[in-house]
Design a binder for this molecule. Structure first.
Ligand SMILES: Cc1cc2nc3c(=O)[nH]c(=O)nc-3n(C[C@H](O)[C@H](O)[C@H](O)COP(=O)(O)OP(=O)(O)OC[C@H]3O[C@@H](n4cnc5c(N)ncnc54)[C@H](O)[C@@H]3O)c2cc1C
Length: 476
């Protein structure tokens, strides 16, 4: 039995867990955070999937590869000659590692600043005791700590294809995909979701011949159809080959690479030989090693921890947040749940609005949205008005030389309340915030249309799309 007692013990130091720990400490609780992540150098690395093999490293590689593509394909338009442009992949990956390290260190600093006690190792339930829970920490040494409240934030792992385990040499998860040592001549991706498209974009830009195989017949089914179509056109033009409606068959991995047998949408047998294969077919909630049975913590048939709308599990004072529970697997969703749970433990009214969680795909063009899609509104039978504005008619986009895409507003036909905003185009990831704020405040399309937006800015396309709902764009 340990003598280390905490008000709150957080298991998992990803964006859900570390933010929950900081917020709980801000609220005056004694807090421990247990995390088992080790980077390739064997050192503890806080930040979870997001920081180590997810959001942050993918964005670092996307940035580097985009610079390379600009230097090769777009500098000339600006009168800049850049001949013999080369890319040093080791340096690009090294820079990504340095960016990751800055973030790892940043979280460590924040723990110190907020007096969160950090444990490195695997946390698992031992038993309920003294109105709280005992948690074993298995790291370099083994010890048991206890907490009155437990927040489980153990995240998720990449889903492998049945019978095709990740070897991270030929068959790669997101982890291996972020540290390929040299540009593969031919690269295949199975799964055209967010991660697949981002990883495919990175390696295509630096010279790989990339084919994306997708089982579903529609491209980006969760995205507004008009926006997805526009994005697909852009990806086709860039040379990212996307095959929809395929049925993947046998996959053989050997010294020479990977060979993939599949049926195309017409039912024809095909085979594809590539140097590397990235499998990005979704993620599985992670409770490996948590020992949920020791306390009777309930999981669903997907392996996710069962929680209610407030992230309460079936056990008193045990909470779960982020990828290990229902809802979108997004870092900012995990963070919001972390803050809300810490506040609920403090007797406050933590709140997460699932209707206004923004989604972003950091390809070029970027895709971002919040709220409902047009196909969802149609299926619901809701009367709506739509307004779109193309970046082609936006002065800042022309100056940037990046006029692909549009902003699209969907508003209630009677009240004009904004129901969804969808963007494909430059800096969509930043532009979407205005729509999130507007929807949080239950704004109407007219509210955005009447707000002064800086000129020239991409955000004027947002204002114009809001004006388009009322059929009164000024610049188109
Ligand atoms: C390639 C890629 C790109 C992505 N890009 C984005 C993006 O741009 N934006 C976005 O919002 N989301 C993105 N995501 C998703 C995002 O990374 C996740 O939604 C987010 O990390 C979930 O946070 P979490 O705190 O729930 O779990 P995680 O980040 O997975 O963290 C869980 C932590 O818990 C630790 N752990 C697990 N079990 C135990 C245990 N028993 N004891 C101790 N520690 C344990 C793990 O080692 C890990 O450190 C991306 C994901 C990938 C793979």
């Amino acid at each position: 039995m340990s003598n280390k007692q905490f008000d709150v013990v957080v298991i998992g130091g990803g964006p859900g867990g570390y933010i929950a720990a900081i917020r709980a400490a801000q609220l005056g609780f004694s807090v421990a955070c247990i995390d088992e992540w080790k980077n390739k150098d064997g050192k503890p690395a806080l930040g979870g999937t997001c920081t180590n093999v997810g959001c942050i490293p993918s964005k670092a590689l996307l940035q580097s590869s985009e610079h390379f593509e600009h230097a090769n394909k777009h500098f000339a338009e600006h009168g800049i000659t850049a001949s013999d442009v080369k890319i040093d992949i080791a340096k690009m990956v090294g820079r990504k590692d340095a960016v990751v390290k800055q973030n790892n260190d940043g979280i460590q600093f924040l723990f110190k600043k907020n007096k969160v006690t950090s444990f490195h190792g695997r946390g698992s339930f031992v038993k309920a005791a003294d109105g709280g829970y005992e948690i074993k920490v298995a790291g370099a040494a083994e010890e048991t700590i206890s907490g009155k409240h437990i927040i489980v934030a153990t995240g998720s792992n990449a889903r492998a294809l049945p019978g095709v385990p990740f070897d991270e040499e030929n068959v790669l998860s997101n982890d291996g995909a972020l540290r390929i040592g040299a540009v593969p001549k031919k690269l295949a991706l199975i799964g055209s979701g967010v991660i697949g498209l981002e990883m495919g974009s990175v390696w295509r830009r630096v010279g790989a011949d990339v084919t994306v195989l997708e089982a579903l017949p529609t491209f980006l089914g969760a995205v507004d159809e008009q926006i997805a179509k526009e994005a697909k056109k852009a990806f086709d033009k860039q040379g990212l080959k996307i095959e929809l409606g395929v049925k993947v068959g046998e996959i053989k991995s050997g010294k020479k690479g990977v060979s993939i047998a599949y049926e195309n949408a017409k039912g024809e047998a095909q085979s594809l030989d590539v140097d590397k294969l990235i499998v990005s077919i979704g993620r599985v909630p992670n409770t490996i090693g948590l020992n949920p049975d020791a306390v009777g913590l309930k999981l669903d048939d997907r392996g996710a921890i069962v929680v209610d709308g407030d992230c309460k599990t079936n056990l008193p004072n045990v909470w779960a947040i982020g990828d290990v529970v229902r809802g979108p697997m997004l870092a900012h969703k995990a963070e919001e749940e972390g803050v809300a749970v810490a506040e609920r433990i403090a007797g406050q009214h933590g709140h997460v609005n699932f209707n206004t969680i923004p989604w972003v795909i950091y390809t070029s063009p970027e895709i971002a949205w919040v709220g409902q899609t047009e196909q969802q509104l149609k299926a619901e039978g809701r009367a709506y008005k739509a307004g779109t504005f193309p970046f082609l008619a936006n002065g800042r986009a022309r100056a940037l030389g990046d006029t692909t895409g549009m902003v699209k507003f969907l508003a209630d036909a009677a009240t004009d309340e904004i129901l969804g905003v969808h963007i494909v185009g430059p800096m969509a990831s930043e532009l979407i915030s205005e729509a999130v704020v507007a929807m949080e405040f239950k704004a109407s399309a007219e509210d955005i249309a009447r707000i002064c937006h800086a000129h020239p800015s991409l955000s004027e396309a947002t204002k114009e799309a809001a004006l388009a709902v009322d059929k009164r764009t000024l610049n188109f």
